[in-house]
Design a binder for this molecule. Structure first.
Ligand code: ADP
Ligand code: MG
Length: 397
């Protein structure tokens, strides 16, 4: 991996550090209902405070689209954050200009100050150089700890990084290291699992992965498109028939690149997607017109588990079935439990990400046993697509 600058290289004593964090937390009636993202920022905040820096937090919340929208203020974050840190957190009513400067001036060395929603200014999402400069004026160094926002070239994720000495924060560093171990520079053999509903949302991802992985298991609704492309009748299943050619191209590319594709060899079908619906295990043929494939079958899972046992690295995005509706969660849960066991025993590096994938791993009760679970959503997917993330590029040494 082209290496990136970390806090260990930063000289922060007596300096003011601008730290881009992801505080886009779930909020209800002006109260933070889940502080996971606040806690994720603590290692960086603590490290900088211990180094003797003044910590100025930059964040966005929701989509105010360049307007000052009072209901999208970051102020409700101050109290829960101060509690977690165990020290007061000052608040700047604006993220640039005099109000920001006054709040920062009022913050002692080793203290913490949070500035108001970056997206109250149009310049943030436009990566306007003047806005980036106004941010840079507030500090001596810049730290990006928001991997989840790194796929966007905004002023606070990209522009400002070119105006100050720039470093990856601790969460950013951990995420980049995990992603590098999973796909950048993995121990081989490396197995991928891609599931989810549609091929169309994951074309670039599939194309990138078949070029890099030793094996790729395709599951979920998107596997139906591949089965259809191979000439199987998928009945009433979710299937993007217009993408049959694309699916064949991906299969050809896999072959050319030496990536073994694992498509389902059996499936679980039902006529209705409802909890406790009667689920029938079928081979790939003989589907009724009203039957839908809703999960991978037991033989497919067995083969996937054998592939995990034969791998040193696993990268996973997308559930294998409609995991929200039991019993169609079975393949996903069984596979997740096995991967977690291998990871816990140190036999495999297991990295997973994606909104529904994270929910599915929690549902299976094993998210904590994976080597790393990315909650970065869009940034994680773009990284899996092999794209350069502007917020990460700007931190490269
Ligand atoms: P992620 O958010 O982890 O990237 P996706 O959004 O691509 O994952 O896919 C998750 C969705 O795919 C889930 O809502 C799940 O119900 C759906 N899904 C999985 N298998 C099937 C299937 N066989 N038929 C229809 N939908 C499916
Ligand atoms: Mg999703």
């Amino acid at each position: 991996m082209a290496s990136f600058r970390t806090l260990d290289q930063a000289e922060a004593a007596g300096k003011t550090a601008l730290v881009r964090v992801d505080f886009n937390v779930p909020m209800q009636d002006g109260r933070v209902t889940d502080d996971t993202r606040l806690r994720a920022a603590l290692p960086t905040i603590t490290k900088l405070r211990d180094m003797g820096a003044k910590v100025v937090l930059l964040a966005h919340f929701d989509r105010p689209k360049g307007e000052r929208v009072p209901s999208m203020s970051l102020k409700p974050v101050v109290e829960p954050l101060a509690k977690l840190i165990g020290a007061p957190v000052r608040f700047g009513e604006d993220c640039i200009g005099e109000e920001a400067k006054a709040a920062i001036a009022d913050t002692p060395a080793g203290g913490v100050c949070l500035l108001e929603n970056l997206r109250f200014h149009k310049g943030e999402e436009k990566n306007d150089p003047a806005f980036a400069k106004a941010l840079a004026e507030l500090g001596d160094l810049y730290v990006n700890d928001a991997f989840s926002a790194a796929h966007r070239a905004h002023a606070s994720t990209e522009g400002v990084a070119h105006l100050l000495p720039a470093y990856a924060g601790e969460s950013m560093r951990r995420e980049l290291e995990a992603l590098d171990a999973a796909l950048g520079n993995p121990q081989r053999p490396v197995l991928g699992i891609v599931g989810g509903s549609k091929v169309s949302t994951k074309l670039e991802l599939l194309e990138n992965l078949v070029a890099k992985l030793d094996r790729l298991a395709i599951g979920g609704g998107m596997a139906n498109t591949f089965l259809h492309a191979q000439g199987h009748d998928v009945g009433g299943s979710l299937c993007e028939k217009d993408l049959a050619d694309t699916a064949r191209k991906i299969m050809d590319k896999a072959k050319a690149k030496g990536c073994e594709l694992l498509l389902p060899v059996d499936v679980v079908v039902a006529t209705e997607v409802k909890p406790g619906a009667e689920a029938v295990v079928r081979g790939l043929d003989g589907m009724g017109a009203d039957e839908k494939i809703l999960d991978a079958g037991p033989k497919s899972v067995e083969r996937l588990i054998a592939a995990m046992d034969a791998s040193k690295t696993l990268i996973w995005n997308g559930p294998l079935g409609v995991f929200e509706v039991p019993p169609f969660d079975k393949a996903t849960v069984d596979a997740a439990k096995h991967a977690a066991q291998l990871a816990k025993a140190g036999k495999i590096v297991a990295v997973a990400g994606g909104g529904d994938t994270v929910s599915a791993l929690h549902h299976a009760g094993v998210a904590g046993d994976f080597t790393f679970v990315s909650t970065a959503g869009g940034a994680f997917l773009e990284w899996m697509e092999g794209k350069a993330l502007p917020g990460v590029e700007a931190l490269k040494a």
